[in-house]
Write a protein that binds this ligand. Sequence first.
Ligand SMILES: *Cc1c(COP(=O)(O)O)cnc(C)c1O
Length: 463
Amino acid sequence: MNEAQKELLRQLPDVDTLLQRSAFQSLQKSRNVVRDAIRTVLEHRRRAILEGRWEMPFSPELFDQAVMSHIQDADRGHLRRVINGTGTVLHTNLGRAVLAPELAQNIADLVSHYNNLEYDLTLRKRGRRDDHVRELLCRLTEAEDALVVNNNAAAVLLVLTSLVSGKEVVISRGELVEIGGSFRIPDVIEQSGCFIREVGTTNKTHLADYERVIGEATGALMKVHTSNYRIVGFTESVDAADLAGLAHSKHLPCIQDLGSGLFIDLETLGLPHEPTVREAISAGCDVVTFSGDKLLGGPQAGIIVGKANYIAAMRRHPLIRALRVDKMTLAGLEGTLRLYRDEEALQKIPTLAALAQSSDLCHKRGAALAAALAAAGLPADIALIEVDDSVGGGACPGVVMPGWGVAIRPMSGSAVELEAGLRKADCPIIARIQHDALVLSVRTVADDEFSDIVRAMKAFFQA
Ligand SMILES: *Cc1c(COP(=O)(O)O)cnc(C)c1O
């Protein structure tokens, strides 16, 4: 430490002196919050001086500002709303499916009051929490019974643990999927106390491959939808109906993990066909599992539908208590399912609406955003450009949805700086960088977020 650094450190007042500053007297904050903020900023300042990053004499005004912005940051909470400008509809890092906004009021109302989560209002006795969505799920999927757990990984774990533990589950080598975030089907199978019996090859598996290994030790046949990759070329897999037929002839359950839960045909949105839950059930699968927050467009949940006797066994399993969902989830799920029942899903579920957005509509909305940004007079080039959007969430791999976006190229400074600045905005904006421009795809941005974007851009360029 040199003399200059020593002098700078000496200039720093102590916490109690700083607490008396008038800027902090008028704050509507407890003394503890202000003291903590002062301590933190002082600590940062000391470190900056010691590391040679701060060489200015102590300025009370600058210090006040630093403390204020620290308090503001702390006020915003750690989990925050962001604007998704990436064009990836089910963005795993940005909370996956966006719930229909009209459900929010009901969820807020339910969770800030008592509710009948486990109370039967007709019979005046204890009820079951998944009764709130059971009928809807059965009606929408044509399954006999339904159960909801924390996520689809939990659903697969519960199904295998309760139905196949100690036995073999037969599965194609082409379907030993890794989902990401350390979810691998073989690991889950092991965790549930089952033994994997792999059949076939990576690219081809025939019905006879399954048939050959079925024996005393077999507990179930399983099909996993290869949702996040595609094997192309010389390939063959056994379809659900044939696998279910084989399973039933041997008195075994046929389990299918669908990954994404679809209640509508993706082809109606101009996307390639993916199996729907109803198709899996009508193919004869005894148990079908899927996520609540992928293509279904609801809250994070794992949904299990299928034959009543199997679901009943899962309900009795001790794991169910560890995997059960909260009232917030059930409120969001019930609301989402009702939109499907009322045939309003395509319009009102943001995930489906985003997927259904035509290139023409994206073009129109992109032009509106570009015009709003141009009108703000930013020192940047603004251009309407074509972009490749994607479904995300490990669904529809390789599928590109043609969309439109706005490319913003600052006249001075770089797109990298702009990107970093927007990430620090009051409502952080997450965007891509392409060819030295910041690119905002409009598919994943709501109309009412356009003005937030304009405001954040203005703030960035004025700072
Ligand atoms: C996504 C996925 C899972 C995991 O679902 P979560 O809801 O994320 O736990 C399991 N299986 C398949 C095939 C998937 O695509």
